[in-house]
Design a protein around this ligand. Structure first.
Ligand code: PLP
Length: 367
């Protein structure tokens, strides 16, 4: 074990990403073209055509640095969310936003509250600044907001809330979020991570930027990686009042969002047909998945995202075992043992034929 650097950095377990298609093809001697990847909650339609065209046009200027202030993208976002430009922070993916928040608001030894079974990056961002994690037990695989509010202690500076949550897919209704925001002390920052917001059915949608007007300690985080299909470009953004935004702006990298990503995101933001198609496919695919789980008698957590968590056995080797059986058949999903869910797998919702291939492979894997 290295003795370089602080102990809290050495203690970090690196983020485990979904296995790349090429790697699985090499390891299992499979043809890349036959591999189905449902492991990283990516958009099965890929990048929108509108973004591809915008990127190609922007490529002509790649000899220059990106716009450090992201004027065009912020202008488009400001219009969409009806907030001033000074309320927006762009991120190299919303992961960047989650980390910037930790760096801006948490010092070594101060505390960060988040839920059990919530997004792995909250732990990483906390450890990265030497923060103390207060992990609040989940209820029904989702956030227990009352317990989270109660867990905030004198040293707490930040709370992460994922809605919908990854990897469990659970959702917190607007009224509960608002009640929580009222309870959190005014000096504690709340990061509301809404990476899957665009997948919510209209009756569950709430324009959380309106909360930002009421709560000066709130940061709403969104991404272009999921519903907008731009995961490989890395672009996300935050909405917060100017005092908070100003601090995040001071510590972000000056050119944290590249030119291609900025151009592609502007195009995607206004590509309503692409979003609609994705939402329809996701709703249909979710029904396809849970019908299969019900037929197989498998427990699953009702999901509000573009993925679903399913329990593939009752021993702690089940997730890893079924995962390998799926990999051998060219299907990549996400084991979640690192989240403390060793009996479960997280499956991203793909195109109908990808979902069907997964379901067939799962049936074989369980036999
Ligand atoms: C995927 C995801 C993100 C963001 O990913 P980026 O690609 O960095 O924008 C953030 N939060 C949650 C809960 C996610 O699942």
């Amino acid at each position: 074990m290295s003795t370089f650097g602080p102990e809290y950095i050495r203690a970090i377990a690196p983020y485990q990403a979904g296995k790349p298609i090429a790697e699985v093809a090499r390891e299992y001697g499979l043809d890349e073209a036959n591999i189905v990847k449902l492991a990283s909650n990516e958009n099965p339609f890929g990048i929108p055509e509108s973004s591809r065209a915008a990127m190609l046009a922007a490529a002509a200027d790649l000899g220059r640095y990106p716009d450090a202030n992201g004027f065009d993208l912020k202008t488009a976002l400001a219009k969409r969310y009806d907030v001033p430009l000074e309320w927006l922070t762009l991120g190299n993916g919303s992961n960047d936003i989650l980390e910037i928040a930790a760096h801006a608001f948490v010092q070594k030894g101060e505390a960060v509250v988040y839920s059990q079974y919530s997004f792995a990056v909250y732990a990483l961002a906390t450890q990265g600044v030497g923060g103390r994690a207060i992990v609040v037990p989940a209820v029904d695989y989702g956030h227990d907001l009352d317990a989270m509010a109660a867990a905030i202690d004198a040293d707490t500076r930040l709370v992460y809330v994922a809605n919908p949550n990854n990897p469990t897919g659970t959702f917190i209704p607007a009224a509960q979020i608002e009640a929580f925001l009222q309870k959190v002390p005014a000096h504690v920052i709340v990061v509301l991570d809404e990476a899957y917001n665009e997948y919510l059915a209209p009756e569950h949608q709430f324009e959380s930027s309106t909360w930002v007007r009421t709560y000066p300690n709130l940061i709403v985080s969104r991404t272009f990686s999921k519903a907008y299909g731009l995961a490989g470009l890395r672009v996300g953004f935050a909405i917060a009042q100017p005092a908070v935004t100003d601090l995040m702006n001071r510590i972000r990298q000056p050119f944290n969002v590249n030119s291609l990503a900025q151009a592609a995101a502007v195009a995607a933001l206004n590509d309503t047909p692409f979003l609609d198609q994705g939402a329809r496919n996701n709703a249909d695919g979710y029904r396809q998945m849970i019908a299969a789980f019900e037929e197989l008698g498998l427990e699953y957590v009702p999901s509000f995202g573009n993925f679903v968590l399913v329990r593939v056995g009752d021993d702690d080797g089940a997730g890893a075992r079924v995962n390998v059986a799926l990999l051998k058949q060219g299907v990549i999903v996400r084991p979640v043992g690192n989240y403390g869910l060793p009996q479960w797998l997280r499956i991203s919702i793909g195109l109908p034929q990808e979902n069907a291939a997964f379901i067939e492979a799962l049936k074989k894997a369980l036999r």
